[in-house]
Ligand binder design. Structure first.
Ligand code: C5P
Length: 194
């Protein structure tokens, strides 16, 4: 059985937590596609070469979740050859037996337009920055500026810009607890599985 859940949305909208919870609930495999771009961004050297030669140890680095890695990821993510190099791995993951959840920016629009369920998870920039600040600490104003900068770059790039697929369900988590957001996602997915 193949069954793909595509979860897209801007930085720090809660996609990761939601995706992990949904994958655990249904027993699906989960791929955090942002980690691929983060790993390319922090690897250094030629980003296209880094994307083509990405290895499991690159994804096991412990500095992938930093603000700097997020910025580096969004800079390499505008390069079409980098996106192309990461495409087949993501598509194959999506169609693996047993079901898969992929979270990112272009899963419902480019990677898996045929996904059985597409969610676009969002929240206001202030709410997202606050959540990210709880994770990384430091100056909250700087975290908000970083979130806005990354949103602008992700939404305005020419190749696979961040936007909801026409048939995506929008889940605004600004006023939802993680439990409420997970419950809504589970209801939608259970309905689609029939
Ligand atoms: O989701 P995360 O914050 O880890 O993603 C880091 C960056 O990687 C994003 O800001 C975006 O530029 C890029 N990305 C992307 N397409 C994806 C996932 C992430 O362009 N599917």
């Amino acid at each position: 059985m193949t069954f793909t859940v595509a979860i897209d949305g801007p930085a720090a909208a809660g996609k990761g937590t939601l995706s992990r919870a949904v994958a655990a609930h249904f027993g699906f495999a989960h791929l955090d596609t942002g980690a691929l771009y983060r790993a390319v961004g922090v690897k250094g050297g030629d980003p296209v070469e880094a994307a083509r030669s990405l290895a499991p140890e690159d994804l096991a680095r412990d500095d992938l979740r930093t603000l700097e890695a997020g910025q580096a990821a969004s800079r390499v993510a505008v390069i079409p050859e980098v996106r192309q190099a990461l495409l087949e791995f993501q598509r194959a993951f999506a169609r693996r037996a047993g079901g898969a959840v992929l979270d990112g920016r272009d899963i419902g629009t480019v990677i898996c337009p045929e996904a059985e369920v597409k969610l676009f998870v969002t929240a206001s920039p202030e709410v997202r920055a606050h959540r990210r600040w709880l994770e990384v600490g430091g100056d909250e104003g700087k975290v908000l500026a970083e979130v806005r900068e990354r949103d602008a770059r992700d939404m305005n790039r020419a190749d696979a810009p961040l936007k909801p697929a026409a048939d995506a369900v929008i889940l605004d988590t600004s006023a939802l607890s993680i439990e409420e957001a997970v419950a809504r996602a589970i209801t939608l997915i259970a309905a689609a599985r029939g």
